[in-house]
Structure formats: structure tokens, C-alpha cells
Design a binder for this molecule. Structure first.
Ligand SMILES: Cc1ncc(COP(=O)(O)O)c(C=O)c1O
Length: 405
């Protein structure tokens, strides 16, 4: 099913207006803005110090030891611009690790910038954005700014991207956005489906494949398609498995002629601290497998508990987040958890009863389990759907998406 007139959720719209108030430039709506509902430009204001923060898909481990050491070592040189040519060193290292050329890589302070710039560069009032629903909302802000039509395509029953419906959604698409694993569901879209979309997309469109969470899954990435010269831009970030959301490093990976199209939106110098930490992270062969296992173990333990207790996780997550169908208004669940100092993620309008939860530390997830049970044991607030209403909403509103229980 395709919706063309859906707008940003309230939170995103608030962030959008905040950006618009600052300048008549395109706002960059990040996960942090969306998770916190951007209040007065401040993230997480007035949060109790002992709060459990599993609302923004962050990594509680933070930067690795080697990355922290690299930051400490480079900081004294911070009075100068990138004197050590770290941007080049970073590109060369990443390129050689992935069979790419350095000119395939454009480095930014996080992947939010190239995500927005890609949508700005390749959509227009006559060339739309096609995205899954639910999926990461950031591209919507850029498409709205551009006045581009937005086509939202429901996930399949397995919560994968419905690539056939996405390709068919707009014969004049500018950008088809595929987030793999998907935020918010953590679910996988098989590589062969992405390759099918690449082979069958409308002429002149590009695939924007967001691999922010790819390290947490067993999926093969699609960087080889860049090497093969295909029409796609791949996004990577150091905000997730590498724990550097606040340090800021990400990139767009594509053919040089596609990257050139992002240049009118500018590209700032990178902070040397971010580059040094990113290079140190890439040099550490144990970092990704160790953290991937740590997150997967905690995720499996939490999901197993949810299933045993009769709750309904949606789909199979391969990431640091998952969704739960609460069977009642998701906003009420979020508020009730927040009053217990447990901050979980937002809802997506297409699934108003489902909430996103980020995988935190085992201790944080233990606190989440206690609070979640308390909230779910309490009667749903007035106006919440009855179980029967909920069951029919699940079938219609959730497009028949499968539950795990
Ligand atoms: C799917 C997805 N893409 C991109 C980003 C952007 O992250 P950053 O700008 O921190 O690299 C996020 C952040 O959570 C995300 O979830």
C-alpha cells in the first residue's frame, strides 16, 4: 500500500520548524532530534541522571578504548586544521578495507548530512522520494523541503522493504530509500531484493541504501555495487556499532559523479578528533564482532523475555532496536515508562500501537523489563482500543505484519 500525503510525525515537524526558524536552509533532522522531540533546540533537557535512555538507538559502550586514546593523542593538535591529512588517511583506509577507491568516499560529521543532501540533490517537485513505512523519517524532511512527492510503502509481512511495490510506487522517482537493517524494526531486507530494486528502478533514479546498522546483522553489504558502478549511494555512520554518535563521523559511498551532486550542499572540514577515533576504530579487528555479539545477546535475552511474557515483538530484529506491538496507544506506554524513568523510542503513525525500544546495557534492559511489565499490567488509559479493536487494527493498520509470539 502506498500513501502519498503522509507528513512528518509531530516530533519531526517540530524539529523541521526549529530548523526553518534558524535559516531558510534545509534542516537536518537527526535521530537525536526525532528521539527527543527537539525542545527549544535542547536534547534530553531535564532528564533525571539515573534515567534509562533507550530512545535514540545510541550505543551505551561509547567509543572504543583505542578510539578514546586516539582522541586524547590528537586533541593537542586541535588548534590547527587537518594538518595530518586525516581525511585522506581515513578515505584510503576505508577504501582499501572494502575494495573501493578513495574517490568513492565523502566524509561528513555523521551520515545525516549526506542522507539529506542526497534527497535534496536527487528529488524535486517532479521526482519523488519512495520510502518504506515504517522507516527512518529523516529523508522525509529533505523531501518536504524540496517539495518532492513522498511515497510511503508498507513493509512486507516479514517487515522487509517491499521492493517491488517501492519500485512501482513512482515511475519518476528521484530517490528510493532502503534502510537495512531498518530503523525502527531492526528487520532485514534480503540483499537479492535490494539488487532487484537496483536493476529495476526507474531510469534516472538512485537507490539510497542506509547501512547505519549493517554491522549488527549478518547481512552482506552492498558496497560491491558501488565498485560495479551502479546508481546507488550507500550511507555509513560511526554512531552505532562504533559508539561515536556524539563524536560525529559518517560517509556517503558512491561513484564520484554521484558524490559530486552532493557538493552544492557543501562539505565542512571534519573535526580531527572524529577522524582519529574513526581511523583507530577501523584498525581494531575485534571491535565489530565483539560489540555485535554483546548487543545481539542482550537483544535476544530481552526479546525472549517479551515473548515468554506474552508480549508481541514485531518481526525479527538484527539490530540495536526492535518494535513491540503493545496492543494499546503507544504514546500512553511511552509516557508511563517515562514516568518510571525509562525513556524508550517513538511511535510511527502507521503503527500507532507499536513502540521502538533500543537495546541498552543488560542492566538497563533489566530495568526496562520491570517498568514495561508494570505499565502493561496496568489497565490501558481511556480511549485505548479494546483487544478486539486492536486485533482488527493489527490486520488493517499493520498490513498483516507477522508477530513472533
Ligand atoms: C537509519 C539511520 N540513518 C542515519 C542515521 C544518522 O546517524 P548519524 O548522523 O549520527 O550518523 C541514523 C541515526 O540514528 C539512523 O538511524
Amino acid at each position: 500500500m502506498t500513501d502519498t500525503d503522509e507528513q512528518l510525525p509531530n516530533v519531526g515537524r517540530r524539529a523541521f520548524m526549529w530548523g526553518a526558524a534558524i535559516a531558510a536552509a534545509a534542516p537536518i533532522v537527526t535521530e537525536a532530534n526525532l528521539a527527543w522531540g527537539l525542545q527549544h533546540g535542547r536534547l534530553g533537557a531535564d532528564v533525571p541522571p539515573d534515567a534509562v535512555l533507550i530512545n535514540a538507538n545510541e550505543n551505551p559502550l561509547g567509543p572504543s578504548k583505542a578510539a578514546l586514546q586516539a582522541i586524547t593523542d590528537i586533541a593537542p593538535l586541535g588548534g590547527r586544521y587537518d594538518k595530518l591529512d586525516l581525511m585522506d588517511k581515513f578515505s584510503q583506509k576505508f577504501a582499501s578495507q572494502h575494495g573501493l577507491k578513495p574517490e568513492n568516499i565523502a566524509i561528513y560529521a555523521g551520515s545525516s548530512e549526506p542522507l539529506h543532501y542526497t534527497v535534496l540533490a536527487f528529488t524535486s517537485p517532479s521526482r519523488g522520494l519512495v520510502t518504506a513505512d515504517p522507516s527512518y523519517e529523516s529523508p522525509l524532511a529533505a523531501a518536504q523541503f524540496k517539495g518532492a512527492p513522498i511515497h510511503k510503502v508498507r513493509l512486507t509481512p516479514d517487515a522487509a522493504h517491499d521492493v517491488k511495490a517501492m519500485v512501482a510506487a513512482d515511475p519518476n522517482a528521484g530517490v528510493i530509500y532502503i534502510c537495512n537493517p531498518n530503523n525502527p524494526t531492526g528487520t532485514i531486507t534480503p540483499r537479492e531484493d535490494i539488487l532487484w530494486a537496483l536493476a529495476n528502478k526507474p531510469a534516472g533514479s538512485i537507490l539510497l541504501v542506509d547501512e547505519a546498522y549493517i554491522h549488527l546483522s549478518d547481512e552482506q553489504d552492498v558496497l560491491d555495487q558501488v565498485v560495479a558502478g551502479k546508481d546507488l549511494i550507500v550511507l555509513r555512520t560511526f554512531s552505532k556499532v562504533y559508539g561515536m554518535a556524539g563524536i560525529r563521523c559518517g560517509m556517503a559511498i558512491a561513484r564520484p559523479d554521484l558524490l559530486e551532486k552532493l557538493q552544492p550542499y557543501l562539505q565542512n572540514m571534519m573535526p580531527v578528533t572524529a577522524l582519529a577515533a574513526a581511523v583507530a576504530s577501523l584498525d581494531d579487528p575485534d571491535l565489530v564482532p565483539t560489540r555485535k555479539k554483546w548487543i545481539a545477546d542482550t537483544r535476544r535475552e530481552t526479546i525472549a523475555w517479551l515473548q515468554q511474557a506474552g508480549y508481541k515483538p514485531i518481526g525479527v530484529s538484527h539490530s540495536n532496536c526492535f518494535m513491540i506491538d503493545t496492543g494499546r496507544d503507544g504514546h500512553g506506554v511511552i509516557d508511563a515508562l517515562r514516568s518510571r524513568k525509562v525513556y524508550i523510542g517513538r511511535i510511527w503513525p502507521v503503527w500507532p500501537n507499536a513502540v521502538r525500544v533500543t537495546v541498552g546495557t543488560p542492566d538497563e534492559m533489566a530495568k526496562f523489563r520491570v517498568a514495561f511489565k508494570e505499565v502493561m499490567d496496568a489497565p490501558a488509559m481511556a480511549g485505548s482500543p479494546t483487544p478486539a479493536q486492536h486485533a482488527s487494527a493489527s490486520l488493517s493498520g499493520m498490513g498483516g505484519t507477522r508477530f513472533l509470539s
